[in-house]
Design a protein around this ligand. Structure first.
Ligand SMILES: *Cc1c(COP(=O)(O)O)cnc(C)c1O
Length: 419
């Protein structure tokens, strides 16, 4: 027998299927003639390595200029960017790096590869971001660095986090993989910590399929980072040697060529993401049980994704029911974003690392690896309530109106189904 919810639902399911632009193919990306021309020039030049070519060097200069920071170093992925930053800070085995459990594994694995212990700070239950307070609670006398991850394009409270780092003389690494051109109190993210790390993987604000960038204002850290992505071989020095343990994390000229063209389109794409998100914020204002993603005054949110908080007390079934309802209307969304906090994954829960050694967890303080849920109330509250909508620079106001209509209808269906 059809339920009351089914009857209400039948009224709002659109009869014609429509498809939103996707960042996994051309429909949701800005790749075009400029990228093709640059790629063609690189291939015809025959120089595909950045150690001899000029495209990656040009990209580095352009990106540094865009952020207004002296040094940018291109590398092979966002994971490589985070690894390079941590390697340059050069922790002792067993030193602790405070980070967040709501992130990409590519931001965590490099810590373990450097022999350090990721220590998870809790997050703000409304933004999913770490705060100065949650970081402070996770710090110990073994803390060697703190990572501020600007989740979904919204800046962490960098004033307070930078002050905390300065107070304890602990470097801050900004993970900006999801936050190209985001601002914290009018300063670009990536320029406030010792390092900013970016990813140009397929689904980020600009893409070369895979790729990454590290930025820093510190000349010594920059030199170390540049050598780190080059097997510790200094291409700029008259005499060089493989001075320390390091990897080949170089970006190719092919990626550099694509990104050189992409970077020209970055600001336009970010502005479009913001305009569409603001429109959705306005359309959803006043819908009971929904909290829209709005930046603090002085900050710029660049909407890598559109993350909405869903209150299950107002909307029966919460984000899971809302996602199921939206799917009927042809709109994909992700309740929870990640299914579980990172510390619930095998690598942490079972300490699977190198052979049977469990290294570097064998060096950890017990509290540093205590993943009891009671210690992470903000993390669980956030994941239980967040609904993540895909977002990209090819969305139009029309697309957003359809999303808004579907959301409003879905919320109303769920609320009526309850009564
Ligand atoms: C994507 C991402 C990374 C990893 O970047 P890759 O290029 O996929 O290695 C790291 N941190 C965050 C927050 C990310 O979103």
């Amino acid at each position: 027998m059809a339920s009351k919810a089914d009857a209400v639902r039948a009224e709002h399911v659109p009869s014609v299927a429509w498809k939103l632009p996707s960042d996994q193919d051309a429909s949701g990306r800005t790749l075009g003639a400029e990228e093709v021309a640059a790629l063609r020039a690189v291939v015809e030049s025959g120089t595909l390595t950045s150690t001899k070519g000029s495209y990656v060097k040009g990209l580095e200069a352009a990106f540094a200029g865009l952020l207004g920071i002296p040094h940018a170093i291109a590398c092979s992925s966002g994971t490589a960017a985070v690894h390079t930053a941590i390697a340059a800070i050069n922790p002792e085995p067993g030193d602790e790096i405070v980070t967040t459990s709501i992130t990409d594994m590519g931001a965590l694995a490099p810590i373990l590869y450097q022999g350090a212990i990721p220590v998870f700070a809790d997050v703000d239950p409304n933004t999913g971001n770490v705060t100065a307070n949650t970081i402070r609670d996770a710090c110990s006398d073994r803390t060697r660095a703190m990572i501020a991850t600007h989740l979904f394009g919204e800046s962490c409270e960098m004033d307070a986090i930078v002050a905390l780092g300065a107070e304890h003389d602990i470097p801050v690494i900004e993970d900006c993989a999801q936050a190209f051109l985001a601002m914290s109190q009018r300063r670009p993210v990536g320029t406030m910590g010792s390092f900013g790390c970016f990813s140009t993987q397929q689904g980020k604000h600009i893409t070369s399929g895979e790729g990454g960038l590290v930025v820093t204002a510190d000349a010594d850290l920059a030199r170390y980072a540049r050598r780190y992505v080059n097997k510790a071989w200094d291409y700029d020095a008259p005499q060089t040697d493989h001075d320390f343990l390091a990897l080949n994390y170089r970006m190719t000229e092919l990626q550099g060529a694509v990104l050189g063209a992409q970077i020209e389109k970055l600001n336009g794409g970010v502005q479009q993401r913001i305009a569409c998100a603001r429109h959705l914020n306005e359309r959803l204002a006043g819908v009971p049980g929904l909290l829209t993603p709005e930046p603090l005054a002085g900050d710029t949110h660049v909407y890598w994704r559109y993350a909405l908080m869903v209150d299950p007390a107002e909307i029966p079934g919460g984000p899971t029911a809302l996602a199921a309802e939206l799917k009927l209307g042809g709109i994909a969304s992700g309740p929870r974003y990640i299914q579980k906090p990172a510390f619930r994954c095998g690598v942490f829960a079972n300490q699977r690392t190198f052979g049977e050694s469990r290294f570097p967890f064998t060096l950890a303080r017990p509290e540093a690896v205590d993943y009891d849920a009671d210690r992470f109330p903000g993390t669980f509250q956030y994941l239980d309530r967040v609904l993540v909508l895909p977002w990209n620079e090819r969305y139009t106001i029309d697309d957003v109106d359809r999303i808004a209509d579907a959301l409003v209808a879905a919320v109303s269906t769920l609320r009526k189904g309850q009564s």
